[in-house]
Design a protein around this ligand. Structure first.
Ligand code: SF4
Length: 403
């Protein structure tokens, strides 16, 4: 069996049919996963200043750029194995560099609260076996983690939920639009206005406290009634909710206190973002936005966004990430003006502006290791086909040696 790295569900029940050292077909994967497992559409080649070269020259040029940088940054590693992440953190330490990842502008602070044990959580296996009420909040799992409902939450039979979704489970969607997930939740879709999550949470806390909420009273009391009756519930927090409450996780903690039978789970996208967050948390006590100099300092000014806005970074190594498609335009102008080193299996928008590109093996097809699923479970990833490309873990080693 192979493991899919298409999202942080890390489905490890994938059958891969290999022919002539290529993955010809997959079974059990969703469409997104099947496409991922077929590999890159356009493979990255080693280059310097957008001119093709060989790997050794790309590595030498990277070392030259990084040694001359006053304030380098290492960004990404969410699509790398735990082994590569550990080496990336060591590399950043050696460089006294800033280290940050995509969680800096999505689920990082929520994961930090969970690692600090300030929010109750559980495993996906617990959800499959015990959960009777599932709340998808600002999360369209059907599109982002396509097998979430079928493998773990709504559709499967579980030890204490033998009658599955027909009788034993209720799925609820709270969102600004009727997403594909909301359509599955039948009568339990609660539409909220854009950025209206905060008011919705406050009204729900009132309803759960036995008060009459000022906000959509009838529906709010109905929702509070369902949540109060839950024996084992889960709130799946999507980026719709985290963006809307703007890092004010105290309000989510206040709601969680009113729901003692519920667990909170961040709906992580990148397959090993949680792995990166856990590794950096273990090393520094923070999940992102850290300068390793040599004592770790955490500050918002070390987020990729702030570092680029303030023009504090003068060279950046991007590993398995594509900030050119996720950051706002004014920030991108500065990013494109500094030396970017892009380590990735595939061509990306970031590789197109990079001063140096270093292609690496695609994890779980061409290299193995371990990764941490969105619920914190360690999953092993095995190599399926042989490849001439170095795993990103080995590239981190090479950079460490040369620096
Ligand atoms: S749900 Fe995610 S991990 Fe599972 S097969 Fe689809 S893309 Fe891959």
């Amino acid at each position: 069996m192979a493991t899919c790295t298409g999202c942080a569900l890390l489905c490890d029940d994938i059958e891969a049919i290999v022919e002539n050292n290529r993955i010809k077909e997959t079974r059990n994967a969703c469409r997104r996963g099947a496409a991922r497992m077929k590999g890159c559409v356009n493979r990255l080649v080693p280059s310097i200043d957008q001119k093709p070269t060989d790997i050794e020259s790309s590595i030498r040029k990277t070392v030259e750029i990084i040694k001359n940088a006053r304030s380098p940054m290492l960004f990404g590693l969410d699509n790398s194995t735990c082994e590569a992440q550990a080496k990336g953190i060591r590399l950043a330490k050696k460089l006294n560099a800033v280290i940050d990842d995509t969680s800096s502008f999505c689920q990082g602070l929520l994961i930090e609260r969970i690692l600090q044990k300030k929010l109750r959580t559980c495993s996906l296996d617990d959800i499959r076996n015990k959960a009777d009420v599932l709340v998808y909040w600002g999360s369209d799992a059907q599109d982002s983690q396509p097998r979430h409902l079928s493998r773990f939450s709504y559709f499967p039979r579980g030890e204490s939920r033998q009658r599955g979704y027909e009788e034993d489970r209720k799925a609820i969607a709270i969102d600004v639009r009727e997403s594909n997930t909301a359509k599955i939740c039948k009568g339990h879709f609660y539409r909220i206005p854009l950025k209206g999550d905060r008011e919705f949470i406050l009204a729900l806390i009132e309803a759960l406290s036995g008060k009459v909420p000022a906000y959509d009273t009838k529906k709010m009391l109905e929702l509070a009634g369902i949540l109060k009756k839950a024996e084992f519930g889960a709130v799946f927090v999507g980026i719709g909710l985290t963006y809307s409450i703007k890092e004010d996780f105290d309000i989510l903690t206040a709601l969680a206190e009113k729901l003692p039978n519920f667990n909170i789970m961040p709906m992580v996208g990148h397959y090993n973002m949680r792995g990166f967050n856990e590794a950096l948390f273990k090393e520094t006590g923070f999940v992102n936005r850290v300068k390793l100099e040599p004592k770790a300092v955490h500050d918002n000014k070390y987020s990729i966004m702030e570092s680029l806005i303030r023009k504090n970074t003068d060279a950046i190594i991007v590993v398995g990430s594509d900030p050119m498609i996720s950051l706002p335009r004014p920030v991108l102008t500065y990013l494109a003006s500094i030396p970017v080193i892009c380590i990735d299996p595939c061509i990306s928008m970031t590789s197109k502006i990079a001063a140096v590109t270093i292609p690496c093996a695609a994890t779980c097809m061409e290299s193995g290791g371990t990764a941490i699923r969105m619920d914190g479970k360690v999953i092993s990833l095995s190599k399926i086909i042989t490849s001439e490309y170095m795993p990103d873990e080995e590239i981190m080693d090479r950079l460490m040696e040369a620096i």
